[in-house]
Design a protein around this ligand. Structure first.
Ligand code: FE2
Length: 155
């Protein structure tokens, strides 16, 4: 078996989930407004979920004889998720929009992983990707609902 492309997606996810965790952490810190008391702790939950995904994805890659990126430098070099220096000028809805954009990126990457793992016959990794894609799509629904919008997952 050669799961080469699947392993590439796994390591891409290692970089992106690490970056996503940092972006959520920034959201947790850099928010001001009437919703602070509910959203500040909610971001802890979101970060925990992403960190759990990161650990499962990394350890699946190691299980397949891969080597996950494991330094800040590697994550920054390989991630496709943008970051920005923290600013107090961003509103809470703007920060939620950024999270939605990033969750959509992750959903697309999980879908790519589902396709590639299917082609390579790696059913176990495909199963992991499918579950996490479902979780990420639920986050998109919830954040979009908060913003007064439809999920637009199937649009
Ligand atoms: Fe905190």
């Amino acid at each position: 078996m050669n799961y080469g492309k699947t392993k590439e997606v796994l390591n891409q996810l290692v970089a992106d989930l690490s970056q996503m965790s940092a972006v959520i952490h920034q959201t947790h810190w850099y928010m001001r407004g009437p919703e602070f008391l509910s959203l500040h702790p909610l971001m802890d939950d979101y970060m925990d979920e992403i960190n759990d995904q990161l650990d499962v994805i990394s350890e699946r890659l190691i299980t397949l004889d891969g080597s996950p990126y494991s330094t800040l430098k590697e994550w920054a070099e390989h991630t496709g998720i943008q970051d920005e220096v923290g600013s107090w000028d961003r509103t809470i809805p703007e920060r939620m929009e950024i999270l939605v954009k990033n969750y959509r990126y992750l959903a697309d990457l999980y879908q790519k992983g589902i396709d590639v793992a299917g082609e390579e016959g790696d059913d176990s990794t495909q199963d992991i990707f499918t579950g996490f894609k479902t979780d990420v799509e639920k986050k998109i629904w919830m954040l979009q609902a908060k913003l007064g919008k439809a999920p637009s997952i199937d649009a």
